[in-house]
Design a binder for this molecule. Sequence first.
Ligand SMILES: NC(=O)c1ccc[n+]([C@@H]2O[C@H](COP(=O)([O-])OP(=O)(O)OC[C@H]3O[C@@H](n4cnc5c(N)ncnc54)[C@H](OP(=O)(O)O)[C@@H]3O)[C@@H](O)[C@H]2O)c1
Length: 295
Amino acid sequence: MATKLDGKALSEKIRADLKERLHQQSNEKGLPIPFLTTMQVGEDLPSTVYIRAKQRACEEIGFGFRHYKLPEETTMDELCKAVTEVNNDPTVHGLLVQSPLPSHLDEIEVQRMVAPEKDVDCFHPENVGMLYIGRPRFQPCTAGGIIELLLAYGYDPAGKRVVIIGRSVIVGRPLALMMMLKARGGNATVTVCHSRTTDIPAITRQADILVPAVGITEMIKGDWVKEGVIVVDVGINRVPDATKKRGYRLVGDAAFNEIEPKAEAIAPVPGGVGPMTVAILTGNVMRAAGYDVGS
Ligand SMILES: NC(=O)c1ccc[n+]([C@@H]2O[C@H](COP(=O)([O-])OP(=O)(O)OC[C@H]3O[C@@H](n4cnc5c(N)ncnc54)[C@H](OP(=O)(O)O)[C@@H]3O)[C@@H](O)[C@H]2O)c1
């Protein structure tokens, strides 16, 4: 049976370690209590769920947290003003503008407005550039979470053939870059597939480590992978399920039941990458407040 890459358990361990560091360093170095501000424009339901998870994690460690929910019709000027106010507030260390934004707002411009030293999502071009040259200020949250999950279970990407499906700015691209860097968690040989890639199964069958990040329910079938593959499923898809109180269940991009018997290890959905994303975010908030959070 495949090893379950348990992101929920690992994220709890990471949060406990951060809590300890918070206690120690706030006392010994007189550092401030880290404070995260989140902003959401409109009513996107998954965004509300993600922000709640981030708030819970922050409050559990002992951070300050404030959430601004702005109306759907917020203009670029109004959002810019709100971001600037937080940028200029010295008591706030991290600022995260939750995506997706309504279509009338320019997401890239908004990311450029966030002060780079508060950009705990690592989306600002300056921080993306720092990552690119191998001197990251912050870890991209989902990509960092995937790498930490692999390393914690002894699966170092170094020397491995990694196949990532998806090239988004949030997941696929930063992960490809991090896994290719000459650094801890990197040194892999990386192939990135996307919607224009032909014959994806022929490529995924070569993967030692496969990371689907697409958003298509159970797209990766059992015969798309080789024996002994390690699968880190990033996809979060809602499937109607009348047996659940909320009327749906979450499934990944990989057909878990078909792949699990062939895999050496697999990160499930839910409970794999999702909690790790939040854990890396909290580490970034502490880093923004001046704390040493380790590797
Ligand atoms: N667990 C977490 O913390 C976490 C964090 C972020 C996202 N997610 C989940 O991960 C999934 C991807 O998120 P995202 O933000 O990266 O999504 P996205 O921006 O929509 O990107 C999806 C990527 O998949 C590619 N793609 C679409 N259809 C494809 C196909 N048939 N074959 C191959 N590639 C295809 C797209 O290719 P093109 O570039 O050619 O369009 C794109 O690069 C979603 O389910 C999301 O909910 C999870």
